[in-house]
Design a protein around this ligand. Sequence first.
Ligand code: ARG
Length: 582
Amino acid sequence: MNEYRSRWIENVAQALRLEAEERGIEPPEGEIVPATPPSTELGDLAFPMFPFAKTFRMNPAALAEAVVSRLERCEAGDAHAAGPYINVRYPRAAVAATVLESCISADTAYGHNRRFVGERVTIEYSSPNTNKPLHLGHLRNDALGESVSRILAACGADVRSVNLINDRGIHICKSMLAYQEFGNGETPESRGVKGDRFVGDYYVRYNEWAAEDPSVEDRAREMLRAWEAGDEEVVALWRTMNRWVLDGHAATYESTGIEFDAIYLESETYASGKTQIMRGLEEGKFLRESDGSVWVDLAPVNLDRKILLRADGTSVYVTQDIGTVLARYEDWPFDRMIYVVASEQNYHFRVLFYVLELLGYEWAGQLYHLSYGMVNLPEGRMKSREGTVVDADDLIAELRELAAGEIRSKNREAAVGDVEGTAHAVAVGALHYYLLQVTPSKDMIFNPKESLSFTGNTGPYLQYMCARINSMLRKADAEDIRPQPSAINAELLDAEVEWELIRLISRYPDVVEQAGIEYSPAAIAGYVYDLAKTFSGYYHDHPILAASDPSVRDARLVLARAILVVLRNGLELLNIPYLAIM
Ligand code: ARG
């Protein structure tokens, strides 16, 4: 449809030039920007004549008349004057035929565009610590990171998704110390719990213990020193416990469809950050205090000053991140890198990017912090044993329960077959849609019940719409009705809502492109919901399989099939499982 748009811009420009020539005036300059009429009934494009009225010394309505008389009806549609506007209508049947054909033949690739072809993008998301299970905040992080990766890939970028595991430091030593003290050699297997939960329990145990006996803090610090010195026993315990946590996290990722191309361990990269800071110090970019600590002055970016190396030479968080990003760049030189990290760390990333710039890395300007707000549950609901965070596995299990209950209460067990599997897919769909439909920077409340509603603006509603179209196509197939896009009579798709649907389908590649430019899964979410809702209204008023004329039925079936292609592709970009039956 974009070709028609450009054709008409050219047509109108040409007619304006001719008109000017005839009247012996300078042709108007500047770009011609068509507007979208308030309803498709009025037309598909509107050219306001106000901007040219002055040059022509004519009132806009008279100019519109004059220009229209120079525009011939052509295969790109027809134009008519409507007051000060020139309204253009596209040749609907021809457009419909092309759009349906290209959508259905591109199939899973429909919507892919070439916006970022040739660009290498590294995107980091999730990035947990190895002292506890993933929580609700990680679910928002993972949903965003996974979706943005998929969207950028659909825009042609070469995407590398990475996860940074903060696997060293005092917080890790705390769970290790509590395990040493109270563990009695038990293991996740012996207790029958997931490894991340198991270790998280010891972290909680540590905090209770330290509240009673402040001296354990010193023991934790001592353990960190032993770890840094490579103490065999401490390192062995660290290995074992980290493995337990990582296996647990991996199971959560698997259940939510989150994948990474590479994993970076802080323990393997943090040391190289120190070297960089020492180099910067020698080059006079940082300051050394009398106690030996190293600082960066952030006045040029309107911030205070920040410590980079402690007096005892141990590194801080930002120094670790310098080592990590260098390792990544070396492994796979990127054109840009996106960090999906909570807004609590906005300051951290400003410092990190500035320090990298000081250190002379010209790609520092290509680093971007995709910051997102907090997510909570409606008050008083499902607090973890620590009383603060909501465990990701618990939340998914609860959603799955609710979804399974829904399937049973609708007596859909036999129809769906695999009740547990379907309930899980519905749970993940509900979760991801709810988290992604909100602008990332905003704080939000995740409402489990609301997210699962089959009728609202939700993931399950979209999954259900796909299942309904699927069931219709299956029925048609069983009756040997398999119309091909090239064989339908698109003139029969003459209802206004059918034209709206065609326009929506044709817009999809632009929506994906825009979502890629803005890192905005919410743009895709809003779009697929519009499409599903428009289709639902259409389907309600226009029988498809039951249409009395077989040619009408075939045309409508092809339209429905194209809508299914777009919904499925859109859900894929949001990491919402597609269900053929629900
Ligand atoms: N593990 C950190 C935390 O839980 C987040 C890491 C974010 N990524 C980074 N490159 N600093 O707070």
